[in-house]
Design a protein around this ligand. Structure first.
Ligand code: SF4
Length: 223
């Protein structure tokens, strides 16, 4: 009897959401570290998010919810106190807006320092020997936007909840470079100029192309 219920389908229906058309002029720190051509395509040729990807995003949300409970737990109050989560921010520049939501802010009991924690779920925490460049960019930008000078990228293993944390200090120059990346993206979008195929140009980022929905367009240099 139960076999007639398609549980995968139930999950997919639960997660299904309307695609929101992204607006040129509104940008997101979570995307700016990715391949600039792919970001550009996502504005010009929006696609539905595939059900499998939605499920992976949801695992990330569930794990973040769990970590938030860990931070809030009174039993951890000797070491940290929880300040904020999902804090929205908006930075208005002359002709565009950057908005986002940072994961968590905690306060270290030892010295009262505020720390931004960016939580990322990962398949095998042992494979994270260094923080992902995109995650660092995202965190640097959050530090820039909030004025908080300390951050941590916290990788949480989906299989066993083991963690690996990378401390990142605010770097003003890096943040300004990121801001310039937003400016470049805005200009390329408003002038309708196809960006370089950035991820293809380095062996460190080539893996991104294997997961890119715009691979065929990109291979044809289609603008
Ligand atoms: S295929 Fe690679 S280089 Fe091309 S848009 Fe996608 S990620 Fe960027």
């Amino acid at each position: 009897m139960i076999s007639i219920i398609d549980f995968d389908k139930l999950i997919e229906t639960h997660l299904k959401r309307e695609r929101k058309q992204k607006q040129i002029g509104r940008y997101y720190p979570s995307e700016i570290g990715g391949c600039i051509r792919k970001v550009w395509y996502s504005y010009k040729y929006p696609l539905e998010i595939e059900p499998d990807k939605l499920k992976i995003f949801e695992i990330g949300n569930i794990l973040h919810e769990f970590i938030m409970q860990v931070f809030k737990n009174e039993k951890n109050a000797d070491s940290i106190s929880f300040l904020e989560s999902e804090l929205p921010f908006k930075m208005e520049k002359k002709d565009f807006v950057i908005s986002g939501r940072l994961d968590d802010i905690i306060v270290l009991k030892e010295d009262g320092r505020k720390i931004i924690i960016e939580v990322k779920s990962i398949r095998d925490v042992n494979s994270a020997s260094k923080p992902n460049k995109n995650h660092v960019m995202q965190l640097q930008f959050y530090m820039h936007a909030t004025g908080i000078k300390d951050g941590v990228i916290l990788y949480v293993d989906k299989n066993n909840l083991k963690t690996r944390a990378f401390e990142i200090s605010y770097d003003e120059r890096h943040s300004l470079d990121i801001l310039n990346r937003f400016k470049a993206l805005h200009e390329l979008l408003t002038k309708d100029v196809l960006p370089i195929d950035e991820a293809k140009r380095s062996k460190d980022t080539l893996w991104m192309c294997n997961m890119c929905e715009y691979r065929a367009k990109c291979d044809r240099n289609e603008g």
